[in-house]
Design a protein around this ligand. Sequence first.
Ligand SMILES: [Zn+2]
Length: 410
Amino acid sequence: MTEPAESAELARIDPDETISLLQEMVQIPSPYFEEHELSEFVYDWLDSRDLDPEYHHVSEPKITEYEGDNVLARLEGSDPDAPTLLLNAHMDTVLLVEDWEEDPCSGRIEDGKLYGQGACDMKGGLAAVMVAFEALAESDVDLAGDIVLSAVVDEEGPYGLGTDRLIRDGYTDDYDAAIVTEPGPILAQEEDIDNPALLLGARGRFLYDIEVKGHAAHGSQPHKGTNAVVDAGKVADALSNLDVGSHPKLGDGSVCPLLLEGGSQTLSVPERAQLMVDRHVVLGETEEIVREQAEEAVAALDIESEVEIGFRESPDPGIKYGPYVTPEDHDLVTSLVGATESVAGVEPEFGYFASVGDFNYLGDRADLPTVIVGPDGENIHGAGEFVYTDEVVETARIVAEGAMRFVGSE
Ligand SMILES: [Zn+2]
């Protein structure tokens, strides 16, 4: 049952204000590594509502030379023993796609759809957590636990530097759980689920590179050399037929050789070839296991080339997209189920995310029970991306009420 206080919070979330906030943010281009303008916008939006935002600087001088700023804000609860909840959304989008038939940052609204790069992934979810946070701040209800809002940079880039920095700087140490408002069912593994839905986990992902070193000889006498290109092909084939792990909720792991290059234009037996392999993993498949498995598969081939397997260089050894599953009976899940029933009048479906993102950092590295709940749309990362505006408002309401239920109130 919805209690009167909760209804008042929901009433504060105004659909028109929510969608015009979303539209303004879609009209500010923010491909990863270029979020400065949107960062400032989010800061100013919170500041003008006296929500005490702070910038949290993100610097990665080693590989990407990136400098940017997350924006954080915190509502203090009245009970130090009550749980602290993180609301996390990323501000960046993929690079603007060229195939758009209109301005990719138009924010045009038609038939309940708002168009633009990042509209669904995930400025819709960002707008939802911002208005939910504001509604909670303005509420007359005395929240018991704390609620933290983090609008982060660089989720779409190669390393997820914004949320990574949040974890490495110790911010997440005192958090108890996280909500990430990434697009929902559209990116779930289950094809038949619809919003309202809660995604309770995700597979993890490792990328590895394989160096194949053969032995050159005159191309007219291939038997005198060791052909690295031929051997790399055998390795790619063996890896794509690996027996991978399986999990009752996350489904199966997967292996996909993404790139194979090498060889020479001259009349020589190719000496070198490289492979890049994507490996999606389920719980229990660690980096060590993935490496051993690949090494065993290569050893079983009995090829003459030397084969070396290495994981991607990253700015920090901690940067890993591990898999996680949040238990269905965790307090955050039951709080969000209750909120969904109250807001949407139906029970949410449960699903699991198909790929990786900041939620892996929170669910696995920071060890926070993490739930994804977010508005759906279509053409994510592509031309014609849009989000359903009513789902943005619904997400904001579910998050506000779910957060209140989870941290408790007096
Ligand atoms: Zn995203």
